[in-house]
Design a protein around this ligand. Structure first.
Ligand SMILES: Cc1cc2nc3c(=O)[nH]c(=O)nc-3n(C[C@H](O)[C@H](O)[C@H](O)COP(=O)(O)OP(=O)(O)OC[C@H]3O[C@@H](n4cnc5c(N)ncnc54)[C@H](O)[C@@H]3O)c2cc1C
Length: 294
């Protein structure tokens, strides 16, 4: 079974993981250690993000291809429209197909240097993820995912506008969506309700970062685009000078968050791993999302 959506629609909840392409040989070793440690736990898929420029993009293609060819894992490659003509995008999609990648996460990407800067479309390129979804669909039998925003994308006028555009890209041919980070289960569940209220039934996967350091808590807030809710900050920040205490409390917090989501019927949980596996392995073991033999 090589399609992400087939795995997400299978029996029972699953987990999946996200990596970024390694920057150098040392990074590569760290990434491959994580890949090999996670492989026996049978994640539904592993995804590799797509960087802002040339060499990191080559590393995404190479790493995703290696996962397809040298492991038992189902790979998913991210792709963005940043600084690409349609001809170049066709080329990258062709490379993905050539190295055995059948799953693509089609995201628009941000302007290089300043994520909140003006989006300048490549003269022969695309403007929105919706168009990238169509392009992937047009070029082959890919399983295509898109990004979803529990608090709305920072560029969206409001949550309704955000939902309208999410539903448009799903209807353009996306099979599933992965949600950006959020703090409370309700934040994700409200997103799910908004999509359903537009009459769109899709597979919506929550994205979660195992919280092991205070830095990660702040990174989560930055990526989510909202401040840490005061009760969560109070619970975790009291361990600011106690790294072991923070780690234990952070893993407990994330496990409870996932338990609630699973009780609400999510198809699985997608972990933003930052290329390490230990914390993710701990959480998925506590959630019972690993095969019995491991
Ligand atoms: C799970 C996940 C994975 C990611 N992976 C990567 C990665 O690998 N590499 C990377 O560089 N970035 C990645 N990102 C970040 C993402 O590229 C940026 O956040 C980007 O700003 C938005 O991407 P999008 O696909 O949601 O854009 P879009 O869906 O195109 O939306 C962008 C904005 O335009 C609006 N919009 C959409 N369609 C229309 C329309 N037709 N008319 C008017 N407005 C419209 C939307 O409401 C939104 O406000 C990822 C994000 C997530 C959540």
């Amino acid at each position: 079974m090589s399609s992400v959506v087939e795995r997400l629609r299978g029996d029972g909840p699953v987990f999946s993981v996200e990596f970024f392409p390694p920057r150098d040989a040392e990074d590569e070793q760290v990434l491959w250690r994580a890949v090999r440690e996670l492989e026996p736990l049978d994640p539904a898929f592993v995804s590799i993000t797509y960087g802002a420029g040339g060499s990191s993009r080559d590393r995404t293609i190479r790493t995703t291809g290696r996962i397809a060819q040298e492991t038992t894992l189902v790979p998913m490659a991210h792709l963005t429209a940043v600084d690409h003509s349609v001809a170049e995008l066709r080329n990258v999609i062709g490379w993905y197909a050539a190295v055995g990648v059948r799953n693509i996460l089609a995201v628009r990407g941000d302007p290089p240097g300043d994520p909140y800067g003006e989006w300048i479309r490549h003269p022969d390129g695309l403007t929105y993820a919706e168009e990238l979804v169509r392009l992937c669909r047009e070029l082959g039998d890919f399983c295509v995912g898109v990004a979803a925003w529990p608090y709305g994308h920072p560029r969206s006028a409001d949550l309704d506008d955000d939902t309208v555009h999410l539903v448009r890209k799903l209807r353009a041919g996306a099979d599933f969506a992965i949600a950006q980070l959020f703090f409370q289960p309700e934040d994700f569940l409200r997103l799910r309700d908004r999509v359903l209220a537009k009459g769109c039934e899709t597979v919506l996967l929550p994205g979660v970062m195992p919280l092991t350091t205070l830095r990660m808590l702040h990174k989560t807030a930055e990526l989510a685009g909202v401040p840490v809710p005061p009760h969560i900050a109070a619970k975790l920040e009291r361990y600011a000078d106690d790294p072991a205490g923070f780690r234990a409390a952070g893993i407990d917090h994330v496990t409870e968050l996932c338990e609630r989501l699973l009780a609400e019927g999510v198809p699985g949980v997608h972990f933003y791993t930052l290329n390490r596996s230990k914390a993710t392995r701990e959480v998925v073991a506590r959630l019972g999302l690993v095969p019995a033999r491991t």
